[in-house]
Write a protein that binds this ligand. Sequence first.
Ligand SMILES: Cc1cc2nc3c(=O)[nH]c(=O)nc-3n(C[C@H](O)[C@H](O)[C@H](O)COP(=O)(O)OP(=O)(O)OC[C@H]3O[C@@H](n4cnc5c(N)ncnc54)[C@H](O)[C@@H]3O)c2cc1C
Length: 464
Amino acid sequence: MYKIIDNEDILYFISLLGKENVIQKENIKADYHKDELGTIYGIPDLLLFVHNTEEVSSIMKYASSKIIPVTVRGAGTGLVGGCVAIHGGILLDTSKMNHILELDEDNLTLTVEAGVLIMDIFEYVESRGFYYPPNPGETSATIGGNIATNAGGMKAVKYGVTRDFIRAIEVVMPSGEIELLGRKVVKDSSGYSLKNLIIGSEGTLAIITKAILKIIPKPKHFISLLIPFESVDDALESVTRIGKLPVLMTAIEFFERETIGFAEEFLGKKFPDSGSAAYILIAFDAMTASELKASYEIVANLCLEQLSAKDVYIVDTKERSDSVWKARSAFLEAIKASTTEMDECDVVLPRNSMASYIKFIRSLSEKHNMRLPSFGHAGDGNLHIYLCKDQMSDSTFEKTKQIVFDELYLRATVVGGLVSGEHGIGYAKVDYLKKQIGKTQIDLMKHIKNGFDPNHILNPDKVI
Ligand SMILES: Cc1cc2nc3c(=O)[nH]c(=O)nc-3n(C[C@H](O)[C@H](O)[C@H](O)COP(=O)(O)OP(=O)(O)OC[C@H]3O[C@@H](n4cnc5c(N)ncnc54)[C@H](O)[C@@H]3O)c2cc1C
């Protein structure tokens, strides 16, 4: 049982943070009742804006002494209800912890507070000749949210995901203690990796207050190839073949004609080509023009000479690059705009199962008479499928959604995939994680949760 917040608690938080940083239930805007998924709701009793680690520590000391639930929120762009205060209590907003603290050029690290937006990190490092490669689609997310969900994105094929670029994190434990996990070091075999346990723990084990990020020198040359195919099978078969080439690609994205149509309508702009059934979009980066040319020519030649590509468009001007990548980045919002309501499924599969999985999605769509547009990071087997309500009644949508979700996640499990590639589990996928990994692993996770947070005050009932 959690304590209900009363006047004494409110006065304590006002004395700690100032009146302007303590928002009471009736004054909290509806945006804070949900995240970008939009289907999971919870109204916090208090919204607290924090400015530094010491404030977070004091809040947690108080909350743990009184057993008040605390849910952390970055920018609220999550897609699994992770930052929604489903038990009420405190919603702790990190958006004012938004300072870039140190660029260490010798150790190639950037130290930031948790509420810094990733778009600001990109701008800061790139204007100084450095690069932070993880690139999840929503750049108004915070780095704290990215670390808490181990966010992925398009460049995972070459660079990996957020976890691969975290040297260290400063965290506040549920008890209020402040710990530094990891250091500015390249290697680390020093005991259990608590740092890696917190990365991806979705605000259930500790609150990330600072991060030391790994950065690299910025590549100087960039190019993309847009490759149309007659069929989905041809496109996905090509992804497997291209993946075997001795070439490092930054991103390999897959989408169908239907998705381009949504983006064209949403952006009011024509895509450079929309006459083919399926497309792959491949990005390359390199330090020298010759290295870049050598890489993309191998791929282009394979596509034209041995695979069934209809053509290979070289995306090498700013104008063409903008039109292609802006459309790609708008897919989610464009599909959202094409329907009355939608829910989303994020699965990751062995790369060579993608073609059969997409056929399976088609058959599900027909069987349940529900539109299921999808697109994905083909290079790493990560597919996003959107369950569209369109003209269905609320009750039919709820019923059909449940059946379709069950079938999508079951099939992902059967082909050796996982129930989340990058968005996390949050509240929306708790049952699917349980079904997939089973009792032994869930019990281990519960022991871990109890070890960090014995009173379950931090983001209760999320993930497990
Ligand atoms: C259009 C669009 C495109 C997207 N594309 C991608 C994509 O390509 N790849 C991808 O991975 N995701 C993507 N996302 C999902 C989302 O942007 C990510 O999940 C992101 O990491 C969430 O960051 P946030 O700051 O908004 O966190 P929130 O949504 O506020 O929170 C997410 C989770 O992290 C926890 N959390 C937040 N901050 C902290 C902290 N400081 N300490 C501890 N826990 C914390 C919260 O409690 C919650 O569980 C997309 C979303 C949208 C809307």
